[in-house]
Design a protein around this ligand. Sequence first.
Ligand SMILES: [Zn+2]
Length: 226
Amino acid sequence: MRRWLRGLIFLDVFLFFFGLLVMASQWITLPASGRVLGRGAEAKKIALTFDDGPHPTYTTLLLDGLKERGVPATFFVTGEHASLHPDLILRMQAEGHLIGNHTYSHLQLRADNRQEFAGEIRRTNEILYDITGEETLYVRPPYGSWDRSLEKELNMFPVLWTIDPTDWSCLNADTVTMRVVKKAKEGSIILLHDYYKTSVEAALQIVDALRKEGYEFVTVDEILME
Ligand SMILES: [Zn+2]
């Protein structure tokens, strides 16, 4: 057989198998795209966040309840309370919770105290680093008062919330639970305070109720990074 003819047959066979491969790859992508379509069936992510702690009694109760349920949460602690209860900070870290900064003394940012505010955040980061050996990336500014230029200056991300049941003024676990469950949707960030017994009770009721509705509780970074 002439060389050019052999080459042509080889090319033909090659193209035939190449064609098969292309077809096969389309078959392979079918279940893959099916999986993409099926993503709605995956658990809806939602995050519990707790401000102002740790509190020696209520944070302990909360950590017990979360551990029992295998649920992670995010704690925005003040430097003042963290330095009083480093054991609770270590427990949060060991049990897979995310720890964020809520200033040292619960200082609200105003037009005239920017440097003091930034100083409190730095001081709290140092306290947390001394306890955990880890950098703190997330900050929840008290009362949600924030200045975007601080993000670069402090190299931190602010984390606000989407559901606020005002648990600190309500002090009724059932009402707080109802307010949160009613508003819950995928990607919600729930604001609570582990400084009240009723808030801890509500938090655990919220976990039980929303898990039944197919929600998966995650630390807040998992929602922000989506
Ligand atoms: Zn607060």
